[in-house]
Design a protein around this ligand. Structure first.
Ligand SMILES: *Cc1c(COP(=O)(O)O)cnc(C)c1O
Length: 235
């Protein structure tokens, strides 16, 4: 059986190869281990193999794991859809939120972030696939949302995130990732200094790194195929 440590090593090797192929330094790209649906023990195993940053999609599950593993000094990223009645728990537990797609959520996170903690790092999720994907702000509305989020006092807008539609076509995936990169550059030209492109998952690390990803979010390739979701957490 392949262990989490072995799979982590294989993913790091894939990342290094993708960076080399793109003429980039491997340390420009951070690996976020997506531990959703996996128990705290799996996170502990990955942490023992040197992994520090973990991504969660479901609020209660993520908060429980972060609490259970508090002593390990891990970094927690919220990457799932976020409803306004859950923002307080997210602002209290997580270090990053990748999935901002409307101002109301960002305003609540800013208001609820403890003033004694560092600002919450956030990315705006952009719907780069048009009709094919439901999550994320539409590209038309991105610039206005970015400027509004950037001035919120307890948030630090770091960049953009996307999840392209599932595809086996590397050229299509690259075009989606290239769009996200172009929009980050465009916001830079409008005076927003952003440094993060959160893009690329287990099946599309390579095209994402080729187009400038600075954080790749990898679950299956590290932890294995996910167990079925509990019904109560899938909403
Ligand atoms: C589940 C998930 C991932 C990881 O996907 P894998 O295909 O398991 O690597 C990355 N990002 C988001 C937003 C996810 O929900």
């Amino acid at each position: 059986m392949t262990s989490i440590a072995q799979r982590l090593q294989a993913v790091r090797a894939r990342l290094a190869a993708a960076a080399a192929a793109a003429g980039r330094a491997p340390d420009e790209i951070a690996l976020l281990a997506v531990s959703k649906t996996w128990p705290a023990d799996a996170v502990r195993e990955a942490a023992a193999a040197g992994q520090r940053a973990f991504g969660e999609n479901y609020v209660q599950e993520g908060v429980a794991k972060a609490e259970a593993l508090r002593g390990l000094g891990l970094e927690w990223h919220f990457i799932g859809p976020l409803q306004s009645n859950k923002t307080r728990a997210v602002a209290g537990t997580f270090d990053w939120v990748h999935s901002i797609d409307r101002l109301k959520i960002a305003e609540r996170l800013s208001a609820q972030r403890d003033v004694h903690r560092p600002p919450l790092n956030v990315c705006i999720q952009v719907n780069v696939s048009g009709e094919a994907s439901k999550s994320g702000v539409s590209p038309d509305e991105l610039d206005a949302l970015a400027h509004a989020v950037a001035v919120l006092p307890r948030l630090r807008l770091r960049g953009l995130m996307c999840i392209p539609e599932p595809s086996e076509d590397p050229a299509l995936l690259r075009a989606r990732f290239a769009l996200l990169r172009a929009r980050l550059v465009g916001l830079g030209g409008q005076g927003l200094a952003l440094d993060t492109l959160s893009m690329g998952m287990s099946h599309d690390i390579e095209p994402a790194v080729a187009e400038g990803a600075t954080i790749v979010r990898v679950g299956t390739a590290i932890f294995g195929g996910r167990p079925a979701l509990a019904a109560s957490e899938s909403a």
